[in-house]
Design a protein around this ligand. Structure first.
Ligand code: 2BA
Length: 109
């Protein structure tokens, strides 16, 4: 079994989760925050059989779009995400960041 961890833009998360659940994949969504931009994103936890990993990645890929976002300024962050001169900078974000881990055991009680 595999555990897929996928970090997706909040604006894409509803489309990603409905496409996954439509194909009967089980999904848990976590509300998360990117450490650099300090804006909300969505992290999906998906436990899946190895044979399904390719299809799941395909779905995530097709519904996650690359965007340009602005990094924070000194007035709205605690210093994270700043360019060297403290001015906001355009940053390219996404589509999705995906990790695939091997699972030793998975049980439901
Ligand atoms: P953030 O950490 O808010 O990062 C947003 C975007 O800012 C990143 O897009 C990247 O283009 C840029 N960025 C991140 N750290 C940077 C740094 N130290 N210096 C300059 N630019 C930086 P993505 O790479 O598409 O990442 C989108 C979100 O996915 C990240 O949001 C973070 O929440 C997550 N993520 C990406 N790579 C990760 C990793 N290796 N481990 C854990 N989470 C990751």
């Amino acid at each position: 079994m595999k555990l897929i961890i996928a970090i997706v833009n909040n604006e894409d998360s509803a489309a990603v989760s409905s496409a996954l659940t439509r194909e009967k994949f089980s999904v848990t969504k976590l509300s998360t925050t990117g450490g650099f931009l300090l804006v909300g994103n969505t992290t999906f936890l998906i436990g899946a059989e190895e044979k399904d990993v390719g299809r799941i990645k395909e779905i995530i890929h097709s519904f996650s779009h690359r965007r340009t976002m602005q990094s924070a300024t000194t007035t709205n962050s605690y210093g994270a995400g700043l360019s060297p001169n403290g001015e906001p900078e355009n940053v390219s974000v996404g589509g999705a960041t995906v990790f695939v881990l091997s699972v030793d055991e998975a049980e439901k009680y």
